[in-house]
Design a protein around this ligand. Structure first.
Ligand code: SAM
Length: 289
């Protein structure tokens, strides 16, 4: 269908199908015609690539991805959109729609079965109610993908892209850096969506690392440490770390001292490398306890 991102076309399609937006599914569809081509370009959709899209809406981004990539597999939870997509994407023969909850889809299998030999990227205007589970799920699954380019709420973008050791950093910033290099690409105003949300948005790209840091002794322990340290982010990290990880305060203090970190340090002051070093020292202390 031509001019899919044109507001008149979008209203017409939605009216004809009697579609009502679902707030609980995070349905704010893009109506700014410049945004989807930009996401597709910056997300790496091109010859030889396959793209996984999460949440199609009426297919405005899906179409832009399909114009550039070899294949697009899009996962959309709302079955009411299936007849809409059959109409709006009828001209494209390289799109497969999966009507399911993305959190329940086996993406390793999907990539194996659908994208043999292609570089794979994820692109999406995410449903904001599950931004973190989706992003962390994609990263933790260690999928064979090059990048994740997504629209998220502005505050989430700032937190996700924050450099560890800065005020904006949180547990998610550390986890994201462990698996990828994040970059804030551009801002998108609330007026670019129908209906307009009451937050502004940003598009970010996470370039997935080919290898996660090799020097982590116990990955699970490292992530527990990060979550514990940020559980009381404005306080010093010694108490929450000692109690959540069941190590003595003395060993946390000794480890900090060994690393040249102040005993009153808060989680947001530590870099990724310092968290890794602290995790390794505490893993060792625990094994000798
Ligand atoms: N890509 C479209 C656009 O930019 O106009 C729609 C984006 S809208 C913010 C989010 C989309 O994700 C909606 O179509 C919604 O139905 C879908 N969605 C919500 N939860 C989902 C889930 N768990 N799995 C798959 N899709 C989901």
């Amino acid at each position: 269908m031509d001019k899919l991102s044109n507001i008149g076309t979008i209203r017409d399609v939605l009216n004809r199908h009697g579609f009502q937006f679902s707030k609980s599914l995070g349905q704010n569809f893009l109506i700014n015609p410049t945004v989807c081509p930009r996401i597709a370009e910056e997300g790496g959709a091109g010859p030889g690539t396959g793209v996984i899209e999460i949440g199609t809406g009426i297919g405005v981004l899906t179409a832009e991805l399909a114009k550039r990539a070899d294949k697009v597999v899009a996962v959309e939870i709302d079955s009411r959109l299936m007849p809409v997509l059959a109409e709006t994407l009828a001209d494209y023969h390289n799109i497969k729609i999966i009507n399911d909850d993305v959190l329940k889809v086996d993406l390793h299998r999907l990539i194996r079965e659908e994208f043999g030999g292609m570089d794979v990227a994820v692109c999406a205007n995410l449903p904001y109610y599950i931004t973190s589970p989706i992003i962390m799920g994609l990263l933790e699954a260690q999928l064979p993908i090059k990048s994740i380019t997504v629209m998220v709420q502005k505050e989430a973008a700032i937190r996700i892209c924050a450099r560890p050791g800065t005020r904006e950093a949180g547990a998610v910033s550390l986890a994201v850096r462990y698996f990828s290099t994040p970059k804030l690409l551009f801002h998108v105003s609330r007026g670019s969506f129908l209906p307009a949300p009451n937050v502004d948005s940003c598009v970010i790209r996470l370039d997935v690392r080919e290898q996660t840091p090799e020097n982590v002794r116990d990955e699970m322990f490292f992530f527990r440490l990060v979550r514990a340290a940020f559980s009381q982010r404005r306080k010093t990290l010694v108490n929450p770390v000692a109690s959540v990880l069941a190590v003595s305060k003395e060993s946390v203090k000794a480890a900090l001292e060994q690393l040249g970190i102040r005993q009153t340090a808060r989680a947001e002051e530590l870099t990724l490398e310092e968290f890794i070093a602290l995790s390794n020292l505490l893993t060792e202390a625990k094994s000798h306890a």
